[in-house]
Write a protein that binds this ligand. Structure first.
Ligand SMILES: [Zn+2]
Length: 289
């Protein structure tokens, strides 16, 4: 696995930059969910967003982002912790659209709907905020969220390249965020620097490293690299949790499964890991009620 992100800080200029190169985890998600190209790309962008937003968390905090749109993909849910463990799925992975243009990709999610961001900051209550979708473009939605809901001048940029069959070749993104007291227009300045560069996925595809991309972005500005964090697709599901999900159905429902199907398979939404429960397993669960 070659995925990682870099966190960099230009203290004097008052800005932090996060650059994420995460092709492998986006491809793994596409594989696990058997996505068609448009869904692979949209999910890949959302996973990149999760990596970038996860880099803003403190130790042991977690973030979940749910994009619910009016387009054919319906819903994309992604999660990240602050350790680079990321997972996600798309409701309709087998949507097939003829074109893979940015407009079409945004339309696959849809321009009407909601982005819900839930953070587990280790407080008794989860923090949840919701903003309306504007275009269906994942990076634009997250940029709007950070500026609007969190009131921090920020910019997220996510890009990808695909081969002739529409398979993901490169996926990456960056996040630029002003530091308090947010006095300068530093985000705008760096946005201008980005606009003079090729899209980030093209840079990665041509062999540029995240380190080199950070350097291109800052130009003459002095900065410090704070962290290099490996990223990977990882799901927290396991057999015990699947067992708990079955127990929560109640004894009558479990008896019903035994009577009708004999055994059952719990399929994880996030990673498609399958947990098989035989008749004996189910009967043992019943004994514990
Ligand atoms: Zn799982």
């Amino acid at each position: 696995m070659n995925d990682y992100l870099l966190r960099a800080l230009a203290r004097e200029a008052g800005v932090r930059v996060i650059v994420s190169s995460n092709t492998d985890l986006a491809r793994e998600a596409a594989d696990r969910h058997s996505t068609f190209p448009i869904a692979s790309i949209a999910l890949g962008h959302a996973l990149t967003g999760a990596a970038l937003m996860g880099a803003l968390l403190k130790v042991r905090q977690r973030i979940a982002m749910k994009f619910e749109g009016s387009g054919p993909l319906q819903k994309i849910l992604v999660e990240s912790d602050n350790n680079g463990r990321i997972r996600g799925y798309v409701s309709q992975p087998m949507i097939d659209l003829p074109e893979l243009s940015p407009e079409q990709i945004a339309a696959a999610l849809g321009d009407t709907g909601l982005l819900t961001v839930v953070k587990d900051t280790l407080l008794p209550e989860l923090s949840e905020s919701t903003v309306p979708l504007g275009s269906g473009d994942i990076a634009a939605e997250l940029t709007f969220f950070l500026n609007q809901s969190e009131q921090i001048p920020s910019l997220i940029d996510i890009s990808h390249t695909v081969d002739n069959e529409g398979n993901l070749q490169t996926v990456g993104g960056l996040l630029i965020q002003a530091l308090p007291p947010y006095e300068s227009d530093i985000v705008q300045q760096l946005r201008n620097n980005i606009q003079e560069l090729p899209p980030m996925a093209d840079l990665l595809n041509s062999g540029k490293t995240p380190e080199e991309i950070v350097a291109l972005l800052f130009g003459e500005m002095p900065y410090k690299l704070l962290e290099r964090r490996p990223l990977h697709f990882e799901c927290g599901c396991n057999r015990t949790r699947s067992e708990q999900a079955l127990i929560s159905l109640g004894p009558e429902e479990i008896q019903h499964i035994i009577d009708t199907e004999g055994e059952t398979v719990v399929d994880c939404h996030f990673c498609h890991e399958q947990y098989v429960f035989s008749r004996e397993d189910l009967e043992e669960l019943l004994d514990n009620f």
